[in-house]
Design a protein around this ligand. Structure first.
Ligand code: GLA
Length: 397
């Protein structure tokens, strides 16, 4: 059976029909069926800054996870996925340890919700997703947020989106065992239609940053899965912590790289491993670029946004060393396409996606360049999406 096209796949009516086909109780009481959604995300700028108490600027996008469900399944979750062979069956009384399956994200969310004092309800559901797995578009955060809504029973969760994002992050950190920052879960929970959202990962204050009118957000996948990314990610985190520990010996007020600026880093650079200096230089300069990009987007200065994206990419490639030849090639082809204003790698790196801002008329040209030139020169099979920035998780209309 061929998979339905993306939009059709997310259709709430189709999903509710899928549920009634497998669940006699839902078929007998179709009025009880709910459909919730949670988006993936693309980060515009502010990469590898979230776990340094820094600034990020992600947008939630219309690649989504949706769950049609019937609340009231006593004490357990039974969730079929159109993308996964094995259903998720979770005994909410004893969810058990992580097993490496997709179920972990759902079970971890239930455990973290309970730990935060939220009621957790069983359900019978069917899930569909258009967020590609392993592409760096936060399919796991989307799954966690969709699960949090479904686990809340028939009503909205008794927690605001930021709190829900922190619960989902905790599920990922403590149950799944991935040391991610807050950005992905925040974007999926708190995204805004037509906008990116700037999050200060220390104060947790956020600001909506509207995207310029008449600009299309393009996401393109290198076709390179993110191998080795977990260990390299943790190594980068440790290098950032090493820089903080060394600088804090001189300046005790420094608690994270967020507290360091370029002159301070230069002052103590001689005492640090040169690799650690480059890692810290990326984070310090990237935080400044987030604020500059916010201002440039507000002013509609797309040429400045383009220079900031280029500087961010170069810093991730040369100082943070999380790019790869395919990401570099894809960014250079995108940035060189007429009508494309800005392009950079996005997400953790080591494969995954780039993000670009383009004139709508340039999108077919960009797509052709990626599917033609990029595919031929890299030997990879890329994917391109023109995406819309959407609201964070909630009820699917
Ligand atoms: C992954 C993590 C995020 C963030 C990015 C890099 O997506 O889950 O928390 O650290 O990498 O910016």
């Amino acid at each position: 059976m061929t998979a339905p096209a993306d939009r059709e796949r997310l259709d709430p009516v189709r999903l509710a029909d899928r549920l009634t086909a497998v669940d006699p109780a839902a078929a007998a009481d179709p009025g009880s069926i709910r459909v919730v959604r949670a988006p993936g995300r693309v980060n515009l700028i502010g990469e590898h800054t979230d776990y340094n108490d820094g600034l990020v600027l992600p947008a939630a996008i219309d690649l989504e996870v949706r769950i049609a469900y019937r609340p009231g399944e006593p004490g357990r979750v039974h969730l079929d996925s159109e993308e996964q062979v094995e259903p998720a069956t979770i005994d909410l009384g004893a969810p058990g340890p992580a097993t490496g399956a997709w179920t972990d994200y759902v079970a971890g969310t239930a455990i973290a919700m309970r730990a935060a004092g939220l009621a957790v309800h069983g359900f019978r559901g069917v899930l569909a997703s258009t967020v590609p797995v392993g592409a760096g578009l936060s399919s796991s955060a989307a799954l966690e947020l969709a699960a949090a809504w479904a686990l809340s029973g028939g009503a909205a969760p008794a927690a605001d989106p930021l709190t829900l994002a922190r619960i989902a992050q905790r599920a990922e950190n403590e149950h799944v065992g991935v040391r991610c920052g807050l950005m992905d879960q925040f974007a999926s929970a708190s995204g805004r239609a037509g906008a990116a959202v700037l999050l200060d990962c220390r104060s947790l204050a956020s600001r909506v940053v509207p995207l310029p009118d008449g600009i299309t957000l393009v996401v393109a996948h290198t076709g390179v899965p993110r191998a080795l990314s977990g260990s390299a990610y943790n190594e980068r985190r440790a290098q950032c912590e090493a820089a903080v520990a060394a600088i804090a010996r001189h300046v005790p007020a420094v608690r994270a790289l967020r507290d360091v600026d370029e002159p301070m880093l230069a002052r103590y650079a001689a005492e640090l491993d040169p690799v650690v200096v480059r890692r810290a230089r990326h984070v310090v300069s990237e935080n400044a670029r987030v604020l500059a990009a916010e201002a440039a987007l507000a002013a509609g200065d797309l040429s400045l946004v383009g220079r900031l994206f280029a500087a961010s990419h170069a810093s991730l490639r040369d100082d943070y060393e999380v790019s790869c030849p395919e990401l570099d090639l894809l960014v250079s082809i995108a940035a060189g396409t007429p009508g494309v204003h800005a392009a950079r790698m996005t997400g953790a790196g080591f494969g995954g996606c780039i993000v670009a801002l383009a004139d709508p008329a340039a999108v077919p040209r960009l797509t052709a360049a990626i599917e033609g030139e990029y595919a031929a020169r890299s030997g990879r099979t890329p994917r391109v999406w023109a995406v819309r920035a959407v609201d964070g998780a909630g009820i699917a209309a």
